[in-house]
Structures are given as C-alpha cells and as structure tokens.
Design a protein around this ligand. Structure first.
Ligand SMILES: Cc1cc2nc3c(=O)[nH]c(=O)nc-3n(C[C@H](O)[C@H](O)[C@H](O)COP(=O)(O)OP(=O)(O)OC[C@H]3O[C@@H](n4cnc5c(N)ncnc54)[C@H](O)[C@@H]3O)c2cc1C
Ligand code: FES
Length: 255
C-alpha cells in the first residue's frame, strides 16, 4: 500500500467549536491514495518525538482534511499552527472500511464523539443509500452533523442528555431504525463500549459489521508493536497491530 511522508502546507485551520479544530493540508500523494477509514500520522511539534494519528475526514482534489479534538500536548501544538505552516505528515496509513465491497448496498454509519470523523467519506460515497447515526454527550459536543446530512444520507443525531437531536445512545436509535428497515452492513467508530453494543445488535440481526479501533500509537507502521490488540483469525486469536492491520476490523474478529 502506498504511503508517503510529505511536507504539506496547511491551507486552512479553524476552530469548529471549543477545542475542536478542522485542519486542511495540501498533499497530492496522500490525497490520491487516501481511503475512508485510513489515518494520517502527524508530527505536531519538534519537541514531541512521536507523531499523532488522526483520521482522514475528507479529500477534495489535493486537499486532505482532518478534524481533531485537543486532548494533550500534541493536539494542542497542532491547534496552534496556522495556514501556510508546513506540516510533516505520514500517510495514508492503515486499512479502512470495505467501501467498494458494499457498493450499491445499504450501509449504515454509526459514530460516537470524535469517532464520527472517519465515516464522512463513506456518507459521501453512499449518499441516500445510507443512514447515519451520530452520538454525542450533549449539544456542546455536536459537530459535522450538517456535513453528513448534506451528502443526502438520512442523518440522525442523538445526545446522552437530549439537549440536541433525540435523547439516548446510538444503539437506541439503531434499534429504533431497525424496526422499519435493515442494512446489509454497518460501519462504526467510537468508544469500545459503543462498538461492542453496535456489534451485538448487528450479530442478532445478521448484519455485517466493521469497527474502527483506537489505540495509542508509536510508529504507525506496524514496527514498534505498541498498538497490538487480540484479533480472532479463523479458529485462533492473533495479536495484530491496529495501525497496520486496522484500524478497521470486522466486528466478529474483535468481539
Ligand atoms: C487511528 C486513530 C484515528 C484517530 N482519529 C482521530 C480524529 O479523527 N480526531 C481526533 O480528535 N482524534 C483522533 N484520534 C485520537 C488522537 O490520536 C489522540 O487524541 C491524540 O493522539 C492525543 O495526542 P495528544 O498529544 O494531544 O495527547 P496526549 O498527551 O498523548 O494524551 C492526552 C489524552 O488522550 C489520550 N490518548 C492519547 N492517544 C490516544 C488514542 N490514540 N486513543 C485514545 N486516547 C488517546 C491519553 O490517554 C490522554 O488521556 C485517533 C486515534 C487513532 C489511533
Ligand atoms: S504504532 Fe507501531 S506498531 Fe502500531
């Protein structure tokens, strides 16, 4: 799989809401090869040895966009960059969702919190053939829902406290929508408990399920083994790296 280290100029960086930033950079090589569910590994500061993994949100021509939340030193440094700064980016990395395998079929996209971002390119691809369920803690954390709706995908927002969209978890909305319709596959990304809940519902209903996992990463290339996770392969369990063998796995391989 083609991956590149690029010194890419930032074309746009702006705060979408408190602590959440959209960053676009120009990289023909990464843009040309990027697939939905893959990520880029960004050098956020000369003072930090390790790069930070961020999912690819969108690609338009040679421009790649990511959306990230400030969590610690790396993402804070990244948020302080400005348009014109040259970004050191490695990517596209990992294995994304099986977009082409489900072409023409019904795929529902289920994301929680910052886990919604790797699903956007799938919404753009499947448009009205997909339903999207986005879950957030409360209104203050809602982001990108209008982008998803604009693709033509039927977009539902839920919040834990009901302050925006309907009240509940993505799994509640998933069960509700299943009363009237059933997809061929679900692509999900979010906290582990959410992914497990989504997978269990898929299993009960005979729906294929792909989940994107998050692990702390070092090299991003499968060499340092710091992101190893147990994955069921055939009848055995193997320790595979989330960065190289994932981050997207079949739900049945993980749970
Ligand atoms: C494949 C992948 C895709 C990702 N995509 C996105 C994205 O699109 N948008 C986004 O906002 N974030 C995303 N993340 C999470 C992002 O990489 C971390 O928030 C970031 O690395 C934190 O770096 P930091 O230096 O700011 O914080 P640190 O100082 O390193 O850590 C701050 C806090 O974040 C936690 N943390 C650090 N790394 C991770 C991680 N990988 N997973 C979970 N918690 C972590 C730490 O335990 C600590 O509590 C992704 C992570 C992975 C593995
Ligand atoms: S981050 Fe080094 S092996 Fe995955």
């Amino acid at each position: 799989m083609d991956k590149f280290v690029d010194i890419a100029p930032i074309v746009e960086i702006r705060e979408l809401r408190d602590g959440l930033f959209l960053l676009s950079f120009e990289s023909e090589s990464i843009a040309k090869n990027a697939k939905c569910g893959q990520f880029v590994h960004i050098k956020c500061s000369e003072a930090l040895f390790l790069r930070r993994p961020i999912s690819i949100y969108n690609v338009e021509g040679a421009v790649v966009t990511v959306i990230f939340e400030v969590r610690g030193k790396g993402t804070k440094a990244l948020s302080e960059m400005s348009a014109g700064t040259l970004l050191n980016v490695l990517g596209p990395l990992g294995i994304g969702y099986s977009l082409s395998e489900y072409s023409g079929k019904k795929v529902w996209l289920i994301g929680g919190g910052i886990g919604i971002f790797p699903l956007y390119m799938a919404a753009r691809e499947y448009k009205g053939n997909s339903k999207v369920i986005l879950g957030f803690k409360s209104r203050a954390f809602v982001a990108a829902d209008k982008d998803f709706a604009f693709t033509g995908a039927e977009t539902h927002v839920v919040t834990d406290d009901g302050s925006y969209g309907s009240k509940g978890f993505v799994t509640d909305k998933f069960k509700e929508l299943l009363e009237g319709d059933k997809p061929d596959a679900v692509f999900a990304c979010g906290p582990m408990a959410m992914l497990k809940g989504v997978y269990e519902i898929c299993k009960e209903n005979g729906i294929d399920c792909e989940v994107s996992l998050e692990e702390r990463m070092g090299c991003g290339l499968g060499a340092c083994l710091c992101c190893v996770t147990p994955v069921k392969v055939a009848d055995t369990t193997e320790n595979l790296t989330v960065c190289k063998h994932g981050p997207v796995f079949k739900g049945k391989e993980v749970f």
